[in-house]
Structure formats: C-alpha cells, structure tokens
Design a protein around this ligand. Structure first.
Ligand SMILES: C[S@@+](CC[C@H](N)C(=O)[O-])C[C@H]1O[C@@H](n2cnc3c(N)ncnc32)[C@H](O)[C@@H]1O
Length: 483
C-alpha cells in the first residue's frame, strides 16, 4: 500500500478511541474515482496483493461497515487511512442521524443503535484494562446514559467560516479539519434551546457584519460562544467570547436583549461577555463582564445544589453524572469517621456527595473559579466538613496537614502526573476510587498503581457521552487482600 492509494475494506472492530480496524478488500483503480475522490458505482477493483498490510486503521468508520479509504499514513508496516465513503452501512446503524452527522467532528457512533454503542465501549475499555491487570477483577460492565439525545448541559461553539473565505459559521469543527466550522443548529446531543440561541447569535453577527478571528491573520473579533443549561433547574448562561481588537459594547447589549426575547423552554439567567486575546484556539477567560443577570447557573444533582461558573468544570451530562457519582459512592463504601481526599475536585461535586457521611473531605482543584464555586456550593448545601484548596495536586499534597483514609481521583483526560501519583500512593490508604474520562490514561496509571501494591478490584463504565467515542470508567483499587 502507498500513500494516496484508495482501497475498499470491511470494518472488523474498533479500539478506543475511534480506531476502527479495517480489513482491505480491493484496491480501487484511481481512474474510476469521481472528482471528490469518492468511489463511484462502477469502479474497477484490483485484488489485494499478498504482501499488503492485512489491517488498516480508518478513523470514523463503524464495525460492520464496508468503506472506501485513502491511505494517508504508513509507518513501520502499519497503515492508516482516511475514510472516503461508507459503501454499505453496518447492520447496527438503525438510529436516525443528525443533519450534521459525518460533516461535524462531534459524533462518530450516532447512527449506531444505543445498545451496540454500549457494547462497543464496554469491550474497548475491558480490552485496555485486561491488557495491564495483574490479577482478576470484577468487571461490572457498562451503565447507559439516562438520555442518549439532548443530554449535554454545556457546549462551546466556535466562530469561523464553513470553508476558506466562505460565509460566517457558528458551530463545531468540521470532521478532520482545524479550520472549517459546521453550523450545528439542530444538533441532537443538545436540546432545541441551544439551536435557537445559536441561530439568534449568528443572525446578529451576520447582520452587524462582525468578523471572526482568523487563525492565520490573528485579526477579527468573534471567537467562541459558550452555552450552559442546567437540566434540572433549566437555567441558561450564555457567554460571548471575543478579542479586544474592536469595541462593540452597544451591539452586544442588543444581542443580549434579542436573546432574552427568545421563546425558550429554559430561562436565561445570565449573558456574559468574555475577552480572550490568546493565540490558542481554546476558551480562556481574560476578563468577563456581566451584560445581563448573573455569572453562574445552578444545577441539582442527587439532591444537592451546585452553582456552576462559566468556566468551571462540571460533568456535561447532568443525569449521567448522577449515575456516575452513585457508582463512585457505592465503590467508596463506608465513610463514617473517615477523612477523604477528593483530588481534581472541580466544583466539589464528589466531595459534597461524600461529605454528609464522612468526617471530613478535602478537595484539591487547580482552577480558582471552580474552587470558589465549590466553597459556595458547600455553604449552599450546609456542609461544614469540606475544605477546598486551589492548587496543583502535585504541590498541594506537600502542604495538606490532614492524612486521608480514602482517596477519590478524578483527573483530567491526560490522567495523573506520575510525580503526583507517587505522592498519592505514598499515603498508603487501603482503597482508592479512580474515575477516568480517558481509559488509555487510566490504563497507564494502573501500571504504576499495581507496581506499587494496589490491585484492581472492580471496574464499571458509565456512558456519559452517547453518540461519541467517549466513556467514563470507575475503578476501585485496594491494597488489602480482601475488600
Ligand atoms: C475530570 S475533571 C473532574 C472534576 C470533578 N471531580 C467533577 O466530577 O466535577 C478534572 C478536574 O481536574 C482539574 N485539574 C486539572 N489538572 C489539575 C492539577 N494538576 N491539579 C489539580 N486539579 C487539576 C481540572 O480543572 C478539572 O476540574
């Protein structure tokens, strides 16, 4: 196989994350390709040579599909291909696709029947853990999200163009593209309020002829639109993120008024304007002004109330979070008279769910706004045995005077810094619960945890992200012979 060649193939299975493994069937004669490189119906196929790689990774394809792909990487005898066309759907593809499916980079498994999605994620994560587990453990399978559509409580949309020098777009990045943006009004993983807000902001931007920040020119005004909507309280927070290159304060006030007039199921409690001149294409808060109302929403989880600031981490699937935290609480077990560390604590959700039945909970979180929210939330929930520290876990552990009896870990996608993990292990607690949003990072950290005496006792997955390749994993670890 050579770069640029086109093949057809059958998708055999998919490894985490989105690594679909394809068995090539035939090489497609390039003379038979249509202008946009998609295989046309009467393409002639050249049988595979025996020396060709027998497996190719083709992202965004689904087990059971027959696809065409173009080889775009070849290294050490391993091949990767870019999906060109789905020639035949998989039998599991029974869900109706969102109008943006395939074009938008957000979802990969949306057309797949939900039970099959769960089964795929279950097998993918089990395979990763089995590959490093040194002892037997109890695998409890996967729990599905209570909703598999309209489940998200937060979206970060980008301003850009649909194609180079094309019209203004507001939505998500196009699949495989750093630049192009897909308008995602009608997106299925959020409810209709998000689409109405998106449409309103886009009409406002176009009618005022406002320009988005060019990735190469670094010139322009509009950057991102952050929308949060609490599932239980229905409160909505909208934050327009721009550069400081132009001043459109009066127009932003007009936008706020237009948003407040929308006929929504939820209630807008705050409209914000955040400034961000950084080069990186991520939402960074360099100063926020409240244009209307307040700068937070309140969400309810497992009977507790949580104030969520615009930029604080909060699980994006509220109903799924209740399932996840219930499983974590079950794995933590008896907490009476125990001091618990909630490391990577975000807005303090886990700490506060455990606090009513613990002696004390100490949360450590690097984002100051999130810690501020966590402290306010503890007051709101009348919990006075929680302490929250705004610092990197790596350095905070050297300063905390309390000694933990139990540790809950819920790190970001990259997992735990190895030096921080050393310090965590040095506490020598009998058991820990590790919640992971990226099983490949969990797999890496499990190697060190087992080398230092911990055993994997139980694992359960919770699907917080239907339609996408992502999944949460809850893992109970223990250094005692029996739990
Ligand atoms: C997956 S979130 C978990 C948050 C929280 N446990 C929850 O369920 O809402 C990971 C959190 O770790 C924080 N974080 C990332 N790196 C950190 C570090 N080095 N030290 C402390 N917190 C960190 C992030 O800001 C984020 O809030």
């Amino acid at each position: 196989m050579k770069k640029g060649e086109v093949y057809t193939g059958r998708v055999l299975y998919a490894d985490f994350p989105n690594k679909a493994v394809v068995e090539p069937i035939a090489k497609v004669d390039k003379g038979d390709l249509s202008a946009n490189d998609v295989v046309i119906a009467n393409a002639s196929f050249i049988p595979m040579g025996e020396e060709e790689p027998s497996r190719v990774i083709v992202k965004n394809s689904i087990p059971g599909q027959e696809v065409s792909f173009m080889v775009n990487k070849k290294k050490h005898g391993k091949c990767e291909g870019r999906l060109l066309e789905v020639i035949k759907k998989a039998d599991s593809e029974t869900n109706e696709a969102c109008p943006h499916f395939g074009n938008c980079g957000g979802c990969v498994y949306q057309t797949v029947d939900y039970n099959t999605q769960l089964e795929m994620k279950r097998e993918q994560v089990k395979k990763l853990i089995d590959a490093v587990a040194k002892t037997d453990y109890e695998f409890e399978g996967i729990i599905g999200s209570p909703k598999f559509e309209e489940y998200r409580n937060k979206m970060e949309f980008s301003f850009g163009d649909e194609f180079k020098d094309g019209p203004l777009a507001l939505g998500l990045h196009k699949r495989n593209s750093m630049y192009d943006i897909v308008n995602v009004s009608g997106c299925k993983i959020v409810d209709k309020d998000y689409s109405k807000i998106l449409d309103c902001v886009k009409v406002w931007a176009v009618s005022n002829d406002l320009k988005f920040l060019g990735k190469n020119s670094h010139e322009g005004f509009l950057r991102h639109l952050l929308v949060r909507k609490a599932v239980k309280t229905k409160e909505i927070l909208i934050d327009l993120i721009t550069t400081t290159q132009e001043n459109h304060d009066a127009k932003i006030k007009e936008l706020s008024d237009a948003l407040l007039k929308l006929d929504l199921e939820g209630k807008i409690v705050g409209v914000l304007h955040t400034l961000n001149d950084s080069i990186a294409d991520v939402v960074i808060n360099e100063g926020t002004e409240i244009i209307y109302g307040q700068d937070f929403i309140t969400e309810e989880l497992l009977g507790l109330n949580f104030k969520i600031a615009a930029f604080a981490f909060f699980q994006t699937n509220s109903l799924g979070a209740e399932v996840l935290y219930s499983k974590a609480r079950e794995y933590v077990g008896e907490t009476k008279d125990k001091v618990i560390f909630d490391l990577y604590s975000g807005t303090g959700t886990i700490a506060q769910i455990l606090a009513p039945v613990a002696k004390k909970v100490v949360g450590v979180e690097i984002v100051e706004d999130a810690v501020k929210s966590a402290k306010e939330n503890a007051k709101l929930n009348e919990l006075n045995n929680c302490e929250f520290i705004a610092e990197d876990v790596l350095t905070a552990l050297d300063k905390i005077e309390d000694k933990p009896d139990f540790i809950v870990l819920d790190p970001p996608r990259d997992g735990i810094n190895p030096k921080a993990l050393e310090k965590i292990i040095d506490y020598g607690v009998d058991s820990m619960v590790y919640i992971s949003c990226k099983p490949t990072s969990l797999q890496r950290d499990l190697v060190m945890l087992q080398e230092r005496g911990y055993k994997i006792k139980k694992v359960c997955l919770v699907d917080m992200f239907p339609g996408t390749v992502h999944v949460e994993t809850v893992c109970l670890l223990s250094r005692k012979p029996q739990v």
